[in-house]
Design a protein around this ligand. Structure first.
Ligand code: SF4
Length: 345
C-alpha cells in the first residue's frame, strides 16, 4: 500500500507513524497546512516536522503554501463554522489531489489523532473524498494513542503548539474563549501524566556527576574549579541522569554555560536542546545573555540553539590549558570559540 498521510504537525504525527509502522504500513508524510498563523508559528511547526521526519527516516513531502490571505477570506464568511466549512476540507482535498496525481493508493490524516478536532466530521469527509478520488481511506481512531503520543513528543523535545492554528484559534486561546473540550472515543481512558523527564538544580553532591562531566571536558582540575561556584542542572529520564549542565556567573549581564553533556545512550533525543531551553528560561529574568565556549565542531549545534552571536576566539586555548592533545572526533582542538545567546529575545 502506498499511503499518503496528511500531517498537521510533528507531535500529532508521532503516534500515527508509530502505530502505522507497527502494522507494517510505511506512510509518506504530507504537509499542507495554510491554516497556521502567523508565519513564524507556521515555520516552527513545519521545521520541527521536517527535522522529526528526517530523524525517524520517514519520507515527507512539504507543500509550502502559506495562505493567510486566502484562509482569512474563506474562513471569515462564517467564523464559527470555519473548521468544517473550509479548514478541514481544503487540507484534505489537497491531500487527495496530491495522492491521486502522484500514484498513492491510500490516504489518512493526523487530524484523526487530536482529541480537540471534530473527529466524526473529518472521518466522514475524508471517506467521501476518497470515494470521489478512487482512493482507499486508511481510517484509524488514532485518538486512542493521544496520551502516549503527547508524552513521547514531549520527551523528544518536539515543538508543542499552544493553539490549533489559525489566528482565530489564537485569539480564542489568548482570551480563554470557546475552549475546545476534548472529544474522546468510547471507552477511552485518559491516563494521568507520568513525568518521565525532569530537570532540577543540583545543590549537593555535584561531584557524583564527575564521570559524565569529564566526557565533555577531560580536565578534572578545570571542572573542579567551575563546579565550586557553578550551578548544576540535571535532566533525568525515568529518574536516571541523562544530561548535565554547569553554568557560572560571569558578571551582572552574562552567565556562561561551562559544561553540557548527555550520557551516550541518551544522545540524539534532543535532551541537550531541552536543557538549553530550560536554562534560557531560567536565566532570562536575571541576565541578558548566555555565553558558551566551544570547539569548532560544535559551533553549528550552538548556533542552532540560539547562540548566534560571535563573541571571541581564544587562540590555542586547548594547547595552553590541557596537558594532553584534545580531539573532538577527528578534529585536533586548538582554539576555543565563544558565542552568545540573547536571553531577552
Ligand atoms: S481552529 Fe483549527 S481546525 Fe479550526 S479553522 Fe482554525 S486552524 Fe482550522
Amino acid at each position: 500500500m502506498k499511503l499518503l498521510m496528511h500531517t498537521c504537525c510533528a507531535p500529532c504525527s508521532v503516534f500515527c507513524i508509530d502505530s502505522l509502522r507497527e502494522e507494517k504500513i510505511e506512510p509518506t508524510v504530507y504537509w499542507y497546512n495554510p491554516n497556521i498563523h502567523p508565519y513564524e508559528e507556521y515555520a516552527k511547526r513545519r521545521d520541527c516536522l521536517k527535522e522529526y521526519c528526517k530523524s525517524i527516516k520517514v519520507n515527507a513531502i512539504f507543500d509550502d503554501e502559506y495562505g493567510l490571505d486566502n484562509f482569512c477570506k474563506e474562513a471569515a464568511g462564517d467564523i464559527k463554522a470555519r473548521c468544517v466549512n473550509y479548514c478541514y476540507p481544503v487540507r484534505l482535498r489537497k491531500t487527495c489531489e496530491y495522492a491521486k496525481a502522484n500514484g498513492y493508493d491510500a490516504v489518512t490524516t493526523t487530524l484523526l489523532y487530536s482529541i480537540y478536532q471534530n473527529h466524526n466530521f473529518i472521518k466522514n469527509y475524508l471517506e467521501k473524498l476518497c470515494k470521489e478520488y478512487g482512493l482507499e481511506f486508511v481510517y484509524r481512531d488514532f485518538r486512542v494513542g493521544f496520551w502516549k503520543g503527547q508524552q513521547k513528543a514531549h520527551d523528544l523535545g518536539l515543538y508543542m503548539q499552544k493553539y490549533c492554528g489559525c489566528i482565530f484559534s489564537l485569539e480564542d486561546k489568548e482570551l480563554n474563549r470557546n475552549v475546545q473540550k476534548p472529544k474522546l472515543p468510547e471507552n477511552f481512558k485518559f491516563l494521568p501524566a507520568i513525568k518521565m523527564i525532569n530537570i532540577k538544580k543540583e545543590k549537593n553532591n555535584k561531584e557524583k556527576y564527575l564521570d559524565l562531566l569529564l566526557e565533555a571536558d577531560p580536565s578534572k582540575e578545570m571542572i573542579e574549579k567551575y563546579l565550586q561556584d557553578g550551578e548544576m542542572f540535571v535532566l533525568t529520564y525515568k529518574e536516571e541522569p541523562a544530561c548535565i549542565a554547569v553554568t557560572i556567573k560571569l558578571n551582572e549581564n552574562a552567565i556562561e554555560l561551562k559544561n553540557l553533556v548527555t550520557k551516550e545512550k541518551y544522545r540524539g533525543k534532543g535532551y541537550a536542546k531541552r536543557m538549553i531551553k530550560y536554562l534560557a528560561d531560567n536565566y532570562k529574568t536575571k541576565y541578558n545573555k548566555m555565553i558558551v565556549g566551544t570547539t569548532e565542531n560544535n559551533i553549528p549545534f550552538y548556533v542552532k540553539q540560539g547562540f548566534d552571536n560571535y563573541e571571541k576566539t581564544i587562540k590555542n586555548f586547548f594547547i595552553d590549558n590541557y596537558k594532553k592533545d584534545l580531539y573532538d572526533g577527528s578534529l585536533h582542538c586548538t582554539d576555543l570559540y565563544y558565542y552568545s545567546r540573547n536571553l531577552k529575545k
